[in-house]
Design a protein around this ligand. Structure first.
Ligand code: FE
Ligand code: FE
Ligand code: FE
Length: 192
């Protein structure tokens, strides 16, 4: 028997073709702008958080990594402002609940760990990597979406930031492996 006939499901699900292409694009573009506002807020929030993380570590290398990433993050904020401009939108942030939470976690590991210990540094690295992974997800999605929207110049800017976040994540792994985790494993539990 031939099976060439199209099956119909009988549902009344809306089909994409019910919308014009323009309408679809503007909905998606609106979503894109909303996501840009989210990450813009998140980056600006990080500009405030990174100095606290730098201050909290006793590792020179980790402090340097946080300081460097602060400078990179400030550039990323400007890059996002460029993106808003290319999209014909005013740069405006919208609170990112995830980044607020991730920064709270970073603050609480500082509170919960002893100053001057590598154990604190391990906790700071994990907290920072959670931040980088959120950013990697956000920029990965946004860069792909920019391409879909036909904004290749925007996609390129976002991909540049994506690479920086990935590099930072890798650097943090290297610092853990060499030798912060090892050093933390020698630390005795404090009494009390
Ligand atoms: Fe960033
Ligand atoms: Fe968010
Ligand atoms: Fe980052």
């Amino acid at each position: 028997m031939e099976k060439t006939s199209k099956k119909t499901t009988g549902t009344t699900k809306k089909r994409t073709s019910a919308y014009s292409k323009e309408e679809n694009n503007s909905m998606l573009q609106e979503l894109f702008i909303e996501e840009l506002r989210d990450i813009y807020w998140a980056e600006k929030h990080l500009v405030k958080a990174l100095p606290k993380m730098e201050k909290a570590t006793s590792s020179e290398k980790l402090a340097e990594a946080f300081a460097d990433h602060l400078a990179v993050t400030q550039e990323q904020v400007s890059r996002l402002e460029q993106v808003f401009e290319l999209m014909g939108e005013k740069a405006r942030g919208k609170k990112c609940d995830a980044m607020e939470g991730l920064v709270k976690e970073a603050e609480s590991v500082i509170e919960d760990t002893e100053e001057g210990t590598s154990t604190r540094d391990v906790a700071l690295i994990i907290a920072a990597q959670k931040v980088e992974h959120y950013e990697i997800a956000a920029y990965g999605g946004l860069a792909t979406l920019a391409k879909t929207l036909g904004k290749n110049d925007v996609a390129q800017l976002l991909a540049q930031t994506l690479d920086e976040e990935k590099e930072t994540d890798e650097l943090l792994t290297q610092l853990a492996e060499n030798n912060i985790n090892q050093s933390a494993s020698q630390e005795e539990m404090q009494e009390g």
